[in-house]
Design a protein around this ligand. Structure first.
Ligand code: NAP
Ligand code: MG
Length: 401
């Protein structure tokens, strides 16, 4: 079969452990046989981040900005245990955090829904897309362990001489203290990304925060969303027959549980972190969740929402066959290649992305799936390579038809 050409490359960010193994299997089985794969390769494995002083991660973020499309494998975020395991020079920061900060993006996460697997929440009929603000709050906080009695204050010193100070708490003993921030421009681009994404999907947009308690902080989020909606998106939303609505986070949680799905739910950084795991678990598995980072200036990074599946990797190292689910990583590739096709007006590449996803869904519908999914529908799971071969078979048929 004639391979599909790619006129421009995408940034390819390789990663760690089991997902690194899956990465190569996916390329060998589903991509290279069908596409003249054109990528700029960045090895973000922990040993290489350590060897390059993490320069490789900054280079990769720059490449996504330059090429507008990237695809990323899961990577280890080091902790003390990893420091020892990999004999690291430094406890490198989360690559995802570095890339998010460089692209100032919003992360959209959506479950991959198949006919075979029914969500644990029985009234959820359509996917719920979580839009997570990828900047600030507790992820960029300053924390202090208060050792003794004393007074904590919040202080601001403006460059123009403005000064403001307010007591936070008078400690009579030890305790903890935390300072957080966010920026209007980051919140505004988050809001724009959410409105644009909802419009693209033709789905309602919900936004929730805790503005009754956090009147200034969360109130600012609510106000900026309202202002962006009124000034920039109301008309387009009404024309598309979709709505925007703001509600308190606790009210939103209750409504989400009773809903049938099919909307975009925008959340602050921490809320988005927590709620995306809840949504993915309810729809079946973290391995069935796509994740795309969209920056306000039109750059896209596709990845799987799960980690490096360490436990499977340790088994794989011992020579045991594993049944790790490659679906989210395949969808990262299909999303990135389709986006490359859209930006370059490369119809065959767009069709390839669509066909690859269709082939995955058809394979699962036929009852061929990895152990994590098999468990959910009471059938027998297959090894990863067996699943990939079944997908490749269907993909070939779809592309030839
Ligand atoms: P994880 O890799 O997502 O795995 C947690 C468990 O979920 C696995 O042990 C497995 O359960 C199940 N699982 C996740 N993905 C699966 C898949 N594709 N197929 C089958 N089962 C799957 O999370 P973790 O163990 O907490 O983290 C491992 C490493 O990943 C950490 O070093 C962390 O820093 C990193 N991480 C990276 C990213 C990222 O790069 N985006 C995100 C999160 C975590 P069973 O063992 O029960 O089968
Ligand atoms: Mg998380």
């Amino acid at each position: 079969m004639h391979k599909i050409p790619m006129s421009n490359p995408i940034a390819e960010l390789d990663g760690d452990e089991m997902t690194r193994i899956l990465w190569q299997m996916i390329k060998d089985t589903l991509l290279v046989p069908f596409v003249e794969l054109n990528t700029e390769y960045y090895d973000l494995s922990l040993p290489n981040r350590d060897a390059t002083g993490d320069q490789i991660t900054r280079d990769a973020a720059e490449a996504i900005r330059r090429l507008h499309v990237g695809v990323k494998c899961a990577t280890i975020t080091p902790n003390q245990k990893r420091m020892e395991e990999y004999n690291l020079r430094q406890m490198w920061k989360s690559p995802n955090g570095t890339i998010r900060a460089a692209l100032d993006g919003t992360v959209f996460r959506a479950p991959i829904v198949t006919k075979r697997i029914t969500p644990h929440v029985s009234n959820w009929k359509k996917p719920i897309t979580i839009a997570r603000h990828a900047y600030g709050d507790v992820y960029r906080d300053v924390e202090y362990r208060v050792p003794c009695p004393g007074t904590a204050k919040l202080v601001f010193e403006g460059d123009d001489g403005t000064s403001w100070s307010e007591p936070v708490f008078r400690f009579e003993g030890s305790g903890v203290l935390q300072g957080m921030h966010n920026r209007d421009d980051s919140i505004r681009s988050f809001a724009r990304a959410c409105f644009a994404f909802a419009l693209d999907l033709k789905q309602d947009l919900w936004f929730s925060a805790k503005d009754t308690i956090s009147k200034r902080y969360d109130g600012t989020f609510r106000d900026i969303f309202a202002e962006v909606y009124e000034n920039e998106y109301r008309e387009a939303f009404e024309k598309a027959g979709i709505t925007y609505f703001y509600t308190l986070i606790d009210d939103a949680v209750a409504r989400v549980m009773r809903s049938e799905g099919g909307f975009v739910w925008a959340l602050k950084n921490y809320d988005g972190d927590v709620m995306s795991d809840m949504v993915s678990a309810a729809f079946g598995s973290l391995a069935m969740m796509t994740s795309v980072l969209v920056s306000p200036d039109g750059n896209f990074e596709y990845e799987a929402a799960h980690g490096t599946i360490t436990r499977h990797y340790y088994r794989w190292q011992k020579g045991e066959a594993t049944s790790s689910n490659p679906v989210a990583t395949i969808f990262a590739w299909s999303g990135a290649l389709r986006k490359r096709g859209e930006l370059d007006d490369n119809q065959p590449l767009i069709r390839f992305g669509d066909s690859l996803e269709q082939a995955v869904l058809d394979t699962i519908d036929d009852g061929v799936m990895t152990g994590d999914l098999a468990q959910l529908c009471g059938c027998e799971g297959v090894e990863t390579q067996v699943f990939l071969d079944a997908v490749a078979q269907k993909l070939g048929n779809l592309l030839r038809s």
